[in-house]
Design a protein around this ligand. Structure first.
Ligand code: IDC
Length: 391
């Protein structure tokens, strides 16, 4: 009888939990963890360089980003997100709400869709990022983004009592004139609006992730004088330090990479032709709290060949192989079935409600999530031979 009860408890644990299941071959298992991430970690906070749980213990969240759900709303249902939690083991889902590109400015109803998705994540016990997905134009202060203040006021008021919501106030600032001054002027307008809503109910300030220049590649622009898009091809060029960090608690700076485009850089005619981004980020992670809200295994336009070895290198760096031994949380682009190599699902999957028809990127990601979030042993991903060694 006792064995029967024990067996039933174990089965229930498997069904309830994100972790505790196999992602595929060559995987040995693992811990059974029945507690959903939000119940486990509670209200998040930043301590020094590190994202932490309510007690101050380091936390690394790992999950997926939606595609623009103004286009692919059919991919994001209670059923699909449940599968991503129970079977793919995500602890966080980024909700990419484009503002231009046919998004919020054209379909204001996608704000309510975001609310619905936030509630689904809450119910499932995972974190979510509310992503104000600016892209073109790249200036967060552009008049086309003037609804930001109202949007965040509404959303912060609505969600101030939830522990699972993070705010990403601008996706990828870009353009030669968009520097840290531009971004911090914007952040200094939006963050107090968010905080006011939390203060009014006595809730701790949520995590706010702030975009950085050049599509979130120049993540240290707040501490390096003259760091802006187009100021040279060499990230090692000397720039004086400064301190223009945002003066609020629980702020993180956003970094994005696409492994087939952003890597050890290249030279042309004996000169740096493109940045060595590994060496750069390795050091930055000793200086600023960073959240990788978006990355791809492919080229920066969302297509091209996958480069899993280089993705390994980046993800190992994010998992602690860096100057600050920082554990950086990350979301993969993208949880979608669009016919492009960055998608984790095969074309047609969403319409057919098939949430496990994996593309090569999907296969890789599912394994990575099982390793990072559940401690699975899987030698096919995050290979130690791909670790970055700083010269
Ligand atoms: C891309 C999508 C692509 C879509 C395009 C719209 O993958 O299908 O047509 O946006 O402009 C980003 C952006 C993200 C991009 C993604 C891939 O945040 O919106 O999505 N990417 O190009 N930054 C770097 C890469």
């Amino acid at each position: 009888m006792r064995r029967l009860i024990y067996g039933l408890v174990l089965i229930a644990a498997f069904l309830m939990s994100g972790c505790g299941q196999k992602a595929g071959d060559k995987v040995s298992k693992i811990e059974v963890d029945t507690v959903p991430p939000v119940q486990k970690h509670g209200a998040l906070q930043v301590k020094g360089l590190q994202l932490c749980d309510k007690e101050g213990n380091p936390v690394q969240l790992a999950g997926l980003s939606t595609m623009g759900y103004q286009w692919y709303g059919q991919c994001y249902t209670k059923e699909s997100i449940t599968q991503m939690v129970k079977d793919w083991h995500i602890s966080i889902l980024r909700l990419a709400m484009y503002v231009e590109e046919g998004g919020y400015n054209y379909k204001p109803e996608i704000r309510e869709e975001m609310c619905n998705l936030i509630d689904i994540c809450e119910e499932l016990g995972i974190y979510c990022i509310m992503d104000w997905h600016i892209l073109t134009p790249g200036n967060p202060l552009d008049p086309r983004y003037s609804k930001a203040e109202d949007f965040f006021k509404y959303m912060a008021k609505r969600n101030a009592n939830k522990q699972n919501v993070l705010y990403e106030i601008c996706n990828e600032p870009n353009g030669n004139k968009v520097n840290w001054d531009t971004i911090s002027t914007y952040a200094n307008k939006i963050i107090p609006i968010i905080h006011a809503a939390y203060d009014s109910v006595g809730a701790p300030h949520p995590i706010v992730v702030v975009g950085t220049p050049q599509w979130c590649q120049l993540v240290d622009a707040c501490i390096k004088e003259g760091r802006y898009q187009g100021n040279g091809k060499d990230l090692d060029a000397y720039l004086p330090d400064c301190d223009n960090r945002l003066k609020y608690d629980n702020v993180m700076y956003s970094f994005h990479f696409y492994a087939a485009s952003h890597n050890e850089g290249s030279e042309k005619d004996g000169k740096p032709h493109y940045y060595d981004m590994y060496s750069y980020l390795y050091d930055v992670l000793g200086r600023l709290p960073v959240f990788c809200t978006e990355f791809g295994c492919v080229e920066s336009w969302g297509g091209g060949d996958e480069d899993f070895d280089r993705t390994d290198k980046w993800l190992l760096m994010l998992s602690g192989n860096n100057a600050g031994k920082q554990k950086v949380s990350f979301c993969n682009w993208s949880f979608c079935d669009k016919e492009e190599t960055s998608s984790i699902l095969q074309p047609g999957s969403c319409k057919a409600n098939e949430w496990d028809k994996r593309t090569p990127a999907g296969e890789y990601l599912k394994r990575v999530l099982n390793v990072v979030n559940c401690g699975a042993q899987d030698t096919t991903v995050l290979k130690r031979s791909n670790i970055y060694i700083k010269k």
